[in-house]
Design a protein around this ligand. Structure first.
Ligand SMILES: *Cc1c(COP(=O)(O)O)cnc(C)c1O
Length: 229
């Protein structure tokens, strides 16, 4: 079966990259990005032991989450509009990965406070510095860090990035290294341990693991080519 074979190969490659870079075995989580794929496909991955899934659209995630077994863990990896924060928090994502502005982080904290929860988030960094892209530039994040850390109802677990697509996986290495160094700087400023670095997708996750990823977000390499309706 295709999905099981792909998962086996990816798990092997992650393990090899962990070993190659002297990292502990099992330190990287594979997030299976199931966007556009039906629950029947996601169940194949589930039956093969996969529990961590990522969706980039809230509406689609909300349709899939209730029909999948309850021991799945879900990450929201796509952009989140501020007027959908309440819905997202009510749906119990383990992690909201793409928090790309201070305004969004503030809205999440405020609404999490109203709901009596602490929202776990990652901060999205625009590592390429392209104006058109989502996320904090490294300079902006550095400047706003204290304000973000002070938000009472969010727990910033780390950083994520979506570098510009490149044909050669090696070309993404500098972007991954930039994200890792930025996390190191912010860790040094304290007080957050920032354990998570979410980086690397189907074509470059092995490079991301070598550069310190703790979460790799892999979709098409598991489930096949996406077709958008
Ligand atoms: C779709 C998506 C992925 C997975 O992309 P693949 O190339 O299919 O592995 C990873 N991260 C984000 C934010 C995505 O939207």
């Amino acid at each position: 079966m295709y999905i099981e074979d792909q998962l086996a190969e990816i798990r092997e490659k992650i393990a090899a990259a962990e070993k190659k870079s002297g990292r502990p075995a099992g330190c990287v989580s594979l997030l299976a990005v199931s966007k556009t794929f039906p629950v029947s496909d996601i169940m194949h991955a589930y039956n093969d032991g996969q529990r961590l899934f990522g969706e980039n659209r809230l509406q689609e995630a909300m349709e899939k989450m209730p029909v999948m077994p309850p021991d799945c863990e879900w990450h929201l990896i796509g952009p989140l509009q501020r007027n959908k924060v309440r819905k997202a928090l009510e749906h119990g994502f383990a992690l909201i990965e793409a928090v790309d502005s201070r305004k969004l982080a503030e809205a999440i904290s405020r609404i999490a406070g109203e709901l009596g929860v602490t929202a776990r988030i990652l901060i999205e960094v625009n590592v390429d510095g392209e104006e058109s892209k989502h996320g904090f530039t490294p300079d902006a994040l550095s400047a706003e860090w204290e304000a973000l850390v002070a938000l009472p109802h969010v727990e910033i677990r780390g950083l994520m990035c979506i570098p510009a697509p490149t044909a050669d996986p090696e070309a993404a290495r500098p972007a991954f290294a930039t994200l890792r160094r930025l996390a190191e700087e912010l860790r040094a400023r304290g007080p957050l341990p920032l354990p998570e670095l979410s980086m690397g997708m189907s074509h470059d996750y092995a490079v991301a693991v070598e550069e310190g990823a703790t979460i790799v977000r892999v979709g098409s390499a598991i489930f096949g080519k996406r077709t958008y309706a």
